[in-house]
Ligand binder design. Structure first.
Ligand SMILES: [Cu+2]
Length: 224
């Protein structure tokens, strides 16, 4: 008996082609979303003192709530983030001063070690903030209560760690804590920096989404 297998072969071929097309679509999606999704670079502005430079940043509870640096077409408008970007270009052997408008509420640390400032000039940072009664305060700090952190700024290879205090519940709407600190760069190189508060709300152990995607809670310090 002769059995015509042509339709079955055609069906299998169609399934293979469809499978390959689906795989290709997934691969393209992955490349576009993660591999080629790269933050822009911010070149630090020279200051009037020596060969110092400065960088102004903002940390937000959600990208869509940005005040200083709106990022309207961001693919994740509800993620926590540093703004305007997370890649900074700074000169070698210079003093870098970073000033951050911190607008997010406290998440708290799992490891209180990160609540102490390290590796910054003078050992302390300047902070203007709102106390528990919503009254404005200012001072220099080397450590803060680990339960009050919203985010942190750390460059492990340079030994730099700075805690960023969360905005108090009683603070006026739309206000921010302003944290300013300076550190020295050495030789040229590319150094990874990141936040150490597990602030990726809604993800496993808080270490997903904004914590594990470049351009939100991590980036590069390009020293050249
Ligand atoms: Cu964070």
């Amino acid at each position: 008996m002769v059995v015509d297998r042509t339709p079955r072969v055609g069906g299998r071929l169609a399934i293979v082609v469809l499978g390959l097309a689906a795989l290709l679509a997934l691969l393209t999606g992955f490349l576009v979303t993660f591999v080629f999704h790269f933050p822009t670079t911010l070149t630090a502005q020279p200051t009037t003192v020596g060969n110092g430079v400065s960088i102004h940043l903002e940390t937000v509870a959600a990208v869509q709530d940005a005040i200083a640096f709106p990022r309207p077409n961001d693919p994740h408008p509800d993620w926590v983030s540093y703004l305007p970007t997370t890649i900074f270009k700074v000169p070698a052997n210079s003093v870098v001063t970073i000033s951050i408008d911190q607008e997010d509420g406290a998440s708290g640390l799992r490891n209180p070690y990160w609540s102490k400032a390290q590796g910054i000039i003078g050992g302390s940072f300047h902070m203007s903030y709102f106390d528990d009664n919503g009254a404005p305060q200012a001072g220099d700090f080397s450590v803060i209560d680990p339960t009050t952190l919203a985010h942190s700024f750390g460059i492990p290879d340079l030994g730099v760690f700075v805690p960023l205090q969360g905005i108090a519940d009683a603070a006026p709407a739309g206000s921010h804590n302003e944290i300013t600190f300076s550190f020295k760069t050495g030789k040229a190189g590319i150094f990874r920096w990141q936040c150490f508060v597990p602030c990726g709300a809604g993800s496993i152990y808080g270490n997903g989404n904004a914590m594990s995607t470049f351009g939100y809670m991590s980036g590069l310090l390009v020293v050249q």
